[in-house]
Design a protein around this ligand. Structure first.
Ligand code: BTN
Length: 254
């Protein structure tokens, strides 16, 4: 059971995560977050569950997690930014998670757009959803799944390529402290949205495939190229046949 006192003790944010909605069991924290938005949930509210039954991943994939051994949570935001800046938020979330892991001596890396890797294996993912009205983002839900104290034997056959903090470091982590720390780092990253260039450089430094040949799956096409980094709004810059092309979405393989 998630201990809210331990979490609150470690939380040092002004807003993000100060309101928290905890559920012992839930289909999807992202879906619940959208329900709470309809009930005027506060900016920065965190929705967390010990046991997510129908986790949603990117590209309509499922996200499975081991109950009480993984972090599955969503953050509700009402950011006052343009729709072109949506990508930045999921990149900031990835950065905040790696900030927190690096602080714990875990050399985590990022894969565009928002996978968290350790030693080339996926340890976490981010599903960022938003509702746009006219020219502004009305509301946003950043959903984060992170395999924490998961053992190799907990992983289903189909996920044997995935990993966890425990598998990589042979240490157990307190979920409450990790969550609070991710919120602390994420609030800092979001507050500094005006220093986007330096944050994008941080992202590129942690990228697992910078200047490497990758395959890009987009709109039923498979395109090969070199990943050159991020555009000012967080798109993937790819060098294809000596031309630089920017992609807003897609799936990357290397
Ligand atoms: C991915 O496909 O890599 C993104 C996975 C995102 C999973 C998280 S777990 C918490 C939140 N609730 C969901 O239903 N999905 C996200």
């Amino acid at each position: 059971m998630f201990n809210l006192n331990i979490y609150k003790e470690k939380l040092s944010t002004f807003l993000l995560g100060q309101s928290i909605q905890y559920y012992s069991k839930l289909n999807s924290t992202n879906t619940k977050a959208w329900e709470l938005i309809l009930k005027n949930a506060a900016d920065g509210t965190v929705v967390i569950t010990d046991n997510q039954l129908k986790g949603r991943g990117r590209q309509s994939n499922k996200w499975s997690s081991t109950p009480s051994k993984s972090l599955t949570f969503s953050i509700i935001l009402y950011p006052d930014v343009l729709p072109s800046q949506i990508n930045l938020y999921s990149l900031f979330a990835g950065l905040a998670i790696t900030d927190c892991l690096i602080e714990n001596n875990i050399q985590a890396q990022l894969k565009w757009p928002n996978d968290i890797l350790i030693n080339g294996k996926k340890v976490g993912g981010i599903l960022c959803e938003s509702k746009i009205s006219g020219e502004v983002i009305q509301s946003m839900v950043i959903g984060i799944g992170l395999n924490v104290n998961v053992h190799k034997t907990d992983l289903p056959q189909a996920l044997q390529n995935a990993t966890s903090l425990f598998i990589e470091s042979e240490k157990q982590y307190q979920l409450e402290k990790l969550l609070a720390n991710i919120c602390n780092h994420l609030e800092y990253r979001i507050k500094n949205v005006n220093t986007t260039r330096s944050q994008l450089l941080d992202w590129e430094k942690r990228c697992a495939h910078l200047n490497q040949a990758v395959t890009f799956h987009v709109d039923n096409q498979i395109i090969g190229g070199i990943f050159k980094g991020l555009s000012p709004t967080g798109q993937a810059r790819m060098l294809i046949d000596n031309n630089e092309v920017c992609f807003n979405s897609g799936e990357l393989f290397n």
